[in-house]
Design a protein around this ligand. Structure first.
Ligand code: GLA
Length: 733
């Protein structure tokens, strides 16, 4: 079946998924006009909403002659450049050899191909010929010979449309791309809000919803990583849209570096969204024959609110973006020694934790920072990827064998993109870091960024890490990045190519991670960036999970994990039980509560298991048994945010429902106990209304309709931060 069609008569392209539809039209003078994105409207072409009018101060292209109603400044356009009379934010900007910067994109041709396009050296959704189709619409700027391929991937069953742009210099002069956004999308007169996810180190992806105002609003990262401060994901929605009702559109950028999302509400209340690589410090030179591809944007539409939008994105990422075999197979429950020991450990301390881990039923021991070079603090050693045998006496192979012999897997932390000035690597290659000639550097955590855009640097780092991995049975890697990128200048590039360094850095990172996953296809790989500073869809192409935040406090995690769940599957959220008082906040919460919060992700531990009380050990054994029973729901179920922690200061509750609606897990935290308490009701979602469900804990039977419409009361608790868990199973007749 064709999900992408072109009507030769009306010149309308229609891209259809089960529930959504996207249309564009080749208009007068071969301009490509955007017509519609929203609910699937069947075979109606939405060509009737554009009404030509003579608009003052909105110019007309030469070919329009005396027709003053045809203006690029007002028409909804599929992808536009500066200089053709459109004064709104545009998808692209460039400079020609003669210094001029006008680009006038006109429709040339199209191609529809089975399967999903891929991007050279960059992550992107994948799809077989049965799952996806690709549309490639070619626009061209006649004078310069630049071809602009608008790429669309349509996943009908997933309700997903992806976009990316491929630029090809077919002219005779050099073209320098100064802005090359992955998506440009126009909406006609409509009152919308936007939702974005901002934060800071240890408090990432906090949700903020704001009405769109006239003018441009934007959020971005110029830090080289997608950042703790802003996430490359945005939702546009109607003013009335809620978790369960209303139109909303999600845009996830599959990219891990500088990005910018700009949304402009114009003089006629039209809205234009552009998203892609940040134009700051971006100037990519295309010699004749050169090609440049933008990262991909994943677009999802829901008319049933944010809950459904998240379900669509979660499923799409799990089935058509994450490549790891661990995406649906059980992941080892691990203990990470970071918060247990920090840098202060020797092999015996590690073995003690491993023995306790095995005794409690865990599957893996992960050795975090501090095992290599001269790394007794975070001031030294980065770049020296060989084992510190003063700390790990007997070497790594021996330690790993001892751990494997206990019946545990072994994992290791690395930070490949960095160099400490106090390291053998720096002493040998002081020119391998980013440094602008003649200027001082900006240090952060006392470390510098390696210039991984240079192949010899990547080769050296990856070869030394591979040597360590090959020396012992390493079955998990945590790849960290503990500072933003600065001092951006590559010794290996001429001055006119320095504007390529930020993007080349991201391509280099992808090259390194691709080498890792190709060489060790069974590796469990977790990305990390001071917690969640690179929690983006680009990273998910390489690793099925990302350490969500360095903040392991169960109560703060409620907000972090809530925000994260809008754009990313909870099965990607690295989440651990840590010690109390919590190391980041000093807060004390019950162990059971920490377990409940950590179980809404990839479950693990981050504390000294060798120092637990017998009572805690019993509880942890039970937690592990429970998680193993529930893990398939975390990995494949539909996730529902039942309570917004930013609005409700009393309790936070979420729900996971199996795809067949037979298993239901409701969990949460009651934040405050009350004297003379009120009864709080929780209304479930996503159940089969007519089916009957039995609550495991009480044996009570309810209809799905009762659970969704009448709700269930939260228990009355004594003490703050109390956990809440209940399970329901459908009773099949
Ligand atoms: C980052 C990570 C932590 C830990 C430390 C080690 O902050 O997010 O989990 O690995 O680095 O230095």
């Amino acid at each position: 079946m064709n999900y992408i069609t072109f009507n030769e008569k009306t010149k309308v392209f229609t891209l259809a998924t089960q529930k959504s539809m996207y249309q564009m039209q080749v208009g007068a003078h071969n301009t490509l006009l955007h017509l519609y994105y929203g609910a699937n409207v069947g075979d109606t072409e939405i060509t009737y909403r554009i009404i030509p009018l003579d608009r003052g101060y909105s110019g007309n292209p030469e070919e329009a002659g005396k027709d003053r109603t045809f203006s690029m400044d007002v028409l909804p356009q599929e992808y536009s450049g500066y200089g053709n009379g459109d004064y709104r934010i545009n998808g692209m900007e460039l400079q020609h050899e003669d210094g001029s910067d006008t680009v006038d994109l006109r429709y040339e041709s199209y191609d529809i191909v089975p399967g999903k396009y891929s991007l050279q050296g960059m992550p992107a959704m994948f799809g077989s010929e049965e799952e996806a189709q690709t549309l490639d619409v070619t626009l061209s700027d006649r004078l310069s010979g630049l071809k602009v391929h608008l790429l669309y991937g349509v996943f009908p069953e997933k309700d997903i449309i992806t976009r990316a742009v491929r630029f090809e210099n077919r002219g005779t002069g050099v073209v320098t791309l100064k802005r090359a956004m992955s998506v440009q999308l126009d909406y006609l007169n409509r009152h919308m809000d936007f939702m974005h996810f901002f934060g800071r180190h240890t408090m990432e992806r906090l949700m903020e919803r704001l009405p769109l105002h006239h003018g441009i609003q934007s959020f971005e990262s110029k830090r080289g990583n997608s950042s703790h401060q802003h996430n490359p994901f945005v939702i546009l929605c109607d003013r009335s849209t809620s978790e369960v009702l209303g139109d909303c559109f999600g845009f996830g950028l599959i990219y891990s570096g500088n990005f910018r999302c700009e949304i402009e509400r114009d003089q006629y209340n039209q809205t234009r969204l552009v998203m892609g690589i940040h134009p700051y410090h971006f100037a990519f030179r295309l010699e004749p024959g050169d090609v440049f591809e933008t990262p991909e944007v994943v677009m999802a539409y829901s008319r049933k609110g944010f809950g459904k939008l998240s379900n669509i994105l979660h499923d799409a990422y799990r089935t058509n973006l994450i490549r790891s075999k661990y995406v649906t197979s059980p992941r080892p429950i691990l203990v990470n020694n970071w918060e247990a020991t920090y840098f202060d450990f020797n092999e015996q301390k590690l073995l003690d934790i491993a023995v306790a881990a095995k005794d409690l039923g865990l599957d893996m021991f992960v050795l975090d920072d501090g095992w290599f070079g001269k790394r007794d603090s975070d001031n030294s050693g980065l770049g020296d990827w060989y084992v510190n045998t003063d700390k790990i006496r007997g070497g790594l192979p021996k330690l790993v064998k001892q751990i494997n012999d206990m019946g545990l897997k072994f994992g290791l932390w690395v930070e490949p993109e960095m160099i400490s000035e106090d390291s053998d690597l720096y002493r040998e290659h002081p020119d391998w870091c980013f440094r602008i000639p003649g200027r001082g550097v900006v240090r952060s955590r006392n470390q510098l960024n390696l210039d991984i855009t240079r192949k010899e640097v990547r080769d050296h780092i990856m070869d030394s890490i591979f040597k360590v991995m090959d020396s012992a049975n390493v079955e998990y890697i945590k790849w960290d990045m503990n500072r933003s990128v600065a001092n951006v200048y590559s010794n290996a590039l001429p001055p006119e190519r320095q504007g390529e360094v930020f993007h080349r850095y991201v391509l280099a990172l992808y090259d390194m991670q691709e080498r890792l996953v190709q060489r060790y296809p069974d590796l469990l790989f977790e990305n990390c960036c001071g917690g969640g500073g690179r929690f983006d869809a680009g990273m998910l192409y390489y690793s099925p999970q990302i350490w969500c935040s360095d903040n392991t406090d169960a109560i703060e995690r409620l907000m972090i994990q809530y925000g994260t769940s809008f754009g990313y599957p909870i099965s990607a959220v690295g989440s651990h039980v840590s010690a109390c008082p919590n190391h980041q906040t000093g807060r004390t919460t019950p162990l059971a509560t920490r377990g409940v919060v950590a179980s809404a992700g990839t479950f693990g531990f981050e504390l000294n298991l060798a120092e637990l009380t017998e009572r805690d050990k019993t509880m942890i054994r039970q937690m592990i048994r429970d998680y193993k029973k529930e893990e398939h729901l975390v990995q494949t179920g539909d996730y529902f945010r039942l309570v917004d922690p930013f609005r409700n200061q009393e309790y936070v509750v979420w729900e996971i429902v199996s795809k067949d609606q037979a298993e239901v897990l409701v969990k949460g935290v009651i934040l405050r106990s009350e004297c003379n308490p009120r009864i709080h009701l929780i209304y479930l979602r996503g159940l089969d209304a007519r089916a009957k469900y039995r609550e495991q804990e009480t044996g009570r039977v309810y209809t799905g309709a009762a659970l969704m419409n009448a709700g269930i009361p939260l228990p009355v608790v004594s003490g703050d931060y109390q956990p809440f868990v209940c399970h329901f199973n459908r009773i099949d007749d």
